[in-house]
Design a protein around this ligand. Sequence first.
Ligand code: ADP
Ligand code: MG
Length: 422
Amino acid sequence: TGFSMPTPLQILNSVFGFPAFRGQQAEVIEHVVAGGDALVLMPTGAGKSLCYQVPALCRDGVAVVVSPLIALMQNQVEALNQLGVRAAALNSARSLDEVRVIERRMRAGELDLVYVAPERLVLPGFLALLDECRIALFAIDEAHCVSQWGHDFRPEYLQLALLHERFPHVPRIALTATADGPTRRDIAERLNLGDGRHFVAGFDRPNIRYRIAAKNNAREQLLRFLAAEHGGPGAESGIVYCLSRAKVEETASWLAGKGYTALAYHAGLDQPVRAANQERFLREDGIVMVATIAFGMGIDKPDVRFVAHLDLPKSLEAYYQETGRAGRDGMPADAWMAYGLEDVAKLGQFIASSPSSDAQKRIERGKLNALLGLCETARCRRQVLLEYFGETGAGPCGNCDTCLEPVASFDGTELARKALSC
Ligand code: ADP
Ligand code: MG
């Protein structure tokens, strides 16, 4: 047909109502609209969805989006429908009649995007349906699920490699927020994205000050830190992460005894208690949430001024994600952690005694070592963190503890390794 397609910027303005692209969005979109494959690594909240939604509207045919969670699909489809975009989700929540209607609309070219679960996409019947449709692109969201190196491996993602063989001319874009170098290469390999371009960007959170203190009495250290940097009780909101439920409870009541409004959050609390505590944290000011890693998914409180770790997180990905909850409003915020070798030994033992395979244990040990690298470094912490996520070339940040108070280089890694090997 002879009419010309709108440009990505026109789509962004007129459909999504945004004035400009962010970060690398424009580059990614241009590449995919032109038919190229891409692997996109951007942190949560950076705007990965538009990287396939805009090309879906620029290219002819229906975009097929693979997404691992029904809830995620549902949210996206509702948001798109509200913007007037013709989108639907095919998943187990659909009745047979609803599925038929969606399939008919796909064949008739009446849908711009269809979201599907990976296990449905690879069904012979669904692939046959796709043969009858014009396909704009394939988008593989949460693409780290394809890698055993990632933290959320989904075997059904492995079969997505067949898309390349079956539909060689359809561009594919894989997107994820969490992937270190090896995971990224693994994703590209498993999805057969050999010639695809990698877009890695935007992991820096310049307003977060990273600090890692040698642990001696972590609770007292935390108290001093809160008094010195965050105005003492009631002044600012923050999260304190602990490894165990028991320690969460102890720490919360201890902080309460020191005058803080401290609430607890872990998976062992009754659902209404958890919900009430979360609600208070979001609504009120000056609350300290003491929590296990069960807390935080989907929490979007802009003015969290500090995230403190009394115990080591599991990996640099986890550290980045957890500390990333601080300072969403762009104002100065602290990521503070107390780190001791006994924690390293404890995590090492967790790994050793876990039921996972030897290969899996090697991966987990590798991740722990990378985390130790951050704790032990005499270099800029931000540089070490960003390099792990593939962002190289930044200078020292001038805002983390190692930049602000350089220490005589001390290589504790050897000690840590010993602790780990027991
Ligand atoms: P991700 O998948 O990377 O976590 P999303 O795609 O969910 O992020 O986007 C996060 C938020 O940012 C959404 O509310 C989205 O509308 C918004 N957003 C994305 N790109 C832009 C842009 N160019 N201009 C304004 N807002 C944007
Ligand atoms: Mg997303």
